[in-house]
Design a protein around this ligand. Sequence first.
Ligand code: F0G
Length: 348
Amino acid sequence: MGQPGWKGVIEEYRSFLPVDETTPVVTLFEGGTPLVPAPRLSERVGAEVRLKVEGANPTGSFKDRGMTLAISKAVEAGAEAVMCASTGNTAASAAAYAARAGIRCVVVIPEGHVALGKLSQALVHGAEVVPIHGSFDDALAIVRDIEAVGPAVVVNSINPHRVMGQMSGAFEIVDELGDGPEVVCIPVGNGGNITAHWRGYVEYRSMGRARTLPRMFGFQAAGAAPIVEGRVIEEPDTVATAIRIGNPASWYAAAAAASESGGAVEKVTDEEIVRAYRLLAAEEAVFCEAASAASVAGLLKTGAPAGCRVVCVLTGNGLKDPTLAMSHVTVPQAVDATSASVLRALGW
Ligand code: F0G
């Protein structure tokens, strides 16, 4: 999206990515997402907080940043099919970019734990969806296993092109602020995105485009916090289904990003996540996913140094999971189709 004339992640950041003039660019003009000031949140925490609204990407999540590169490179290499395990957003993004490229897309998902919006995207874009009686971690193990026999390129974040494309999230933040923020808060599932953002900041500083590096704070859901607890969680559980992961693929890279930056990976409860999710929608008018709100829940829990510049990465769009949204509001009853009835319903 971005400003008029925005050309998508590959064209905007070509010199940082492994592409040349022969690479077929598969793009939906992703990236260029808004960095929205959050005045009420800023007041609450005593810092200058901005929200990177990744739900504004073409398929509604940050996954598109890495998927444009992963699919372009797969097509360049002659792949006719791609495959991923997913809690939903990777599936939706892979399905869309594969449709654009005209190649097959197979997605393996944990049955019953993928939000409706994401599942509908994968199906409508024409992916071959295989739900399993198991978790995301089981699905990823299966996909890795199948890749070894060769029929499809895996486009999970174990594919290095995904992480490279996702560095663009950090590039955009620096381009807009003129330097790195002091603190970044970001949700952690598989750990790919915190790794990508950190590499983005490091890369930008080494090129002289930023002077400072942020401290990276990653947040896992308390029922799915393997990095925080230092052990694989066999049966991860959280309302934030996007980050319902017990054995992250980028475990060590994510932990290293947090510690090298002087930050940390911490956990927030489902209650704290839902509180942040509702607060963002009601007070800042940004409707994000529950998983995305983990970043703000973490900021509210741990605080930030007074006056510093904080960016919370809101990874996906709230419309992805209407079921969750509806379970946290009172659904009004219909009334007669008269002005009097509507006035009565409003108590006016
Ligand atoms: N936020 C959202 C909305 C996500 O969909 C994900 C991951 C994350 C945060 C965590 O990012 O895995 O790079 O640490 N979703 C993956 C998927 C697992 O299959 O869509 P991460």
